[in-house]
Ligand binder design. Structure first.
Ligand SMILES: Nc1ncnc2c1ncn2[C@@H]1O[C@H](COP(=O)(O)OP(=O)(O)OP(=O)(O)O)[C@@H](O)[C@H]1O
Ligand SMILES: [Mg+2]
Length: 315
């Protein structure tokens, strides 16, 4: 059996959160607390897989400069493998300022490094090698500058050829183009699937019909996540509706990443659709209870798992 789950983050980031008493433009503010985390969607997926107890998780992608080395160190410290391709420049910093007056969040996201042909070739080589020993390879998030929009399609082909299940969690053109390579799993949220259907000229389909159309193209696991309303899915042609408990969410950023991690956990073990969906939804919900994006506390997860119910997605 293949034990590894690989996650791919092509625009990894150091996520910095600054808590300031009051955010006032044009002034000097002193932070009362600073959090620094390895981030980017695939890194979040890797962290949650590790928290769920998956023993062999490897994060890959591009890491550049000092920031890239810091990212790799932080990932390894947390018990996850890090095997990144070194790119030029600096991996990005993503800054989030939390205003103590109203708890509002103000973000500044760097664009990240631009990659060149040699880095893309090295990436394909790296992912091909990791896929040979992986059950699942999760491709998440936006593409770096310099990458062709069809990159995910190329990586999906490569992952499948190496015998692993390619999972894709992207939006816009990288998602639309990635679908042509038939990923094993996609997880658009409502906004992402509606945009995709509109782009396909299927804008008049409702969510269920749209998901079914994608499933009919040959994508075995089509899941639409619906935030606080749970999720719905077509898996091997069967329609499922996932109901979740009402929660007082603390921070819903990264809920989708946690959901993907839960699903990959189940798929890598050959679990049924119901079991994968239940694990995924409990992980997504548990993430909503943490202040940090891509963070699942085991106690929250264990409390939530029996409260997820799976039924039929009715017309
Ligand atoms: N407010 C919430 N309360 C409870 N559970 C939630 C909430 N928001 C999200 N979840 C859980 O997380 C899952 C994924 O959420 P969502 O649809 O918001 O993903 P997303 O938009 O892809 O998120 P992101 O891209 O920020 O990671 C949901 O199916 C649900 O299980
Ligand atoms: Mg998402």
């Amino acid at each position: 059996m293949r034990d590894t789950i690989t996650t791919v983050t092509l625009n990894a980031a150091i996520d910095k959160t600054y808590f300031v008493p009051a955010l006032v433009k044009g002034t000097v503010m002193r932070a009362t607390e600073v959090l620094s985390m390895a981030g980017g969607k695939g890194v979040n997926v890797a962290r949650v897989l590790h928290q769920l107890g998956h023993p062999d998780v490897v994060a890959t992608g591009f890491a550049a400069g000092h920031n890239g080395r810091y990212l790799v160190d932080r990932i390894r410290e947390s018990g996850i493998g890090a095997d990144f391709v070194v790119a030029n420049g600096e991996s990005r910093l993503c800054l989030n300022f939390i205003d103590g007056v109203d708890d509002s969040s103000t973000e500044v996201l760097e664009p990240g490094p631009e990659v060149e042909a040699e880095h893309l070739a090295a990436l394909k080589n790296k992912i091909g090698g990791l896929a040979e020993r992986s059950a699942v390879v999760v491709l998440s998030g936006s593409l770096p500058r310099g990458a062709p929009p069809s990159l995910y399609a190329e990586l999906i082909e490569l992952v499948r050829a190496a015998g692993a299940l390619p999972f894709l969690d992207a939006s816009g053109a990288p998602l639309a183009l990635g679908l042509s390579a038939m990923p094993a799993f996609i997880k658009p949220n409502e906004e992402e699937i509606l945009k995709l259907l509109a782009g396909n000229g299927d804008g008049d389909l409702d969510l269920r019909e749209g998901a079914l159309a994608l499933a009919r193209q040959g994508i075995r696991n089509v899941v639409v996540t619906l935030g606080g309303e749970g999720a719905a899915a077509f898996v091997d042609g069967v329609a499922y509706r996932v109901a979740i408990p009402k929660l007082k969410a603390v921070n819903t950023v990264g809920c989708g990443d946690a959901f993907v991690a839960g699903y990959a956990y189940g798929s890598s073990r050959g679990w049924s659709a119901e079991a994968c969906l239940r694990h995924a939804a409990a992980a997504g919900c548990a993430n909503a209870l943490s202040a940090v994006a891509g963070d699942v506390k085991k106690d929250d997860f264990d409390m939530l798992l029996p409260r997820i119910s799976i039924g039929e997605w009715l017309k």
